[in-house]
Ligand binder design. Sequence first.
Ligand code: MF3
Ligand code: CO
Ligand code: CO
Length: 269
Amino acid sequence: MDDTQGRTTKDGIRIYDQSDFAGMRASSQVTAQILDEVADLVEPGVTTAALDAFIERRVGELGATSATIGYRGYQHASCISVNHVVCHGIPGDKKLKDGDIINIDVTVILDGWFGDSSRMYVAGNLSRKAERLIQVTHDSLMVGIEQVKPGNTFGDIGHAIQKFVESNRMSVVRDFCGHGVGKVFHAPPNVLHYGRAGSGAMLEEGMIFTIEPMVNLGRPETKVLADDWTAVTRDKSLSAQFEHSVGVTADGCEIFTTSPAGRFHPTWR
Ligand code: MF3
Ligand code: CO
Ligand code: CO
């Protein structure tokens, strides 16, 4: 990697070129393929450690490496966040139960490019309230992505997401945000999922970042458990999240982490 190449905006946001977009496309499609494949394994009785083991194996088989193994001491190829876990759930020996909703978040590195995405999955039967939460969370990401074009600001993205979520009487988590991505895992800017229209840095062609709203059925507050990773809702309400890595184009954006099998939304089943 050569950090001296390319341009960085006054806000410290890197501007990438067409060949960089090709690199992001390739790594992100590995992530998306693995997220497609793991869907077949999600069912009551399976452990989140088993899901993570599958993911770790497929990352290697597809010629990539895990961005999360060894990242700040994290030891797994995925974060798996069940029910009231907001994000950064650690895979373990607990078995999924009927009706559990889970987010699986995978980041791979291929040829130096980081592809970061997460989706929701369901074990067994989905309750009506969980279905609504998943739908609103998915749609909030898409509403945010609709704002991604040169001339809009990062505040436009956050504002659109917050307005959509709150109009559905759910809440947006403030304690975690999206981020610049590309040749590094977490780069400027912080991509907030709430905020004021027109605020924040201006979007420019060539920027690459994630949008990854976390939405709660109850209040937005979170806390991190004693393991220093697992973030949960303080009020124990259900939480959901979807994440795409996107790049700003001349007239909109490219979603790098689209599902090759059309399985991004869990109602594909
Ligand atoms: N993939 C997460 C994100 O969306 C980060 C996970 S870091 C880990 O930014 F160490 F918890 F895996
Ligand atoms: Co991310
Ligand atoms: Co992620």
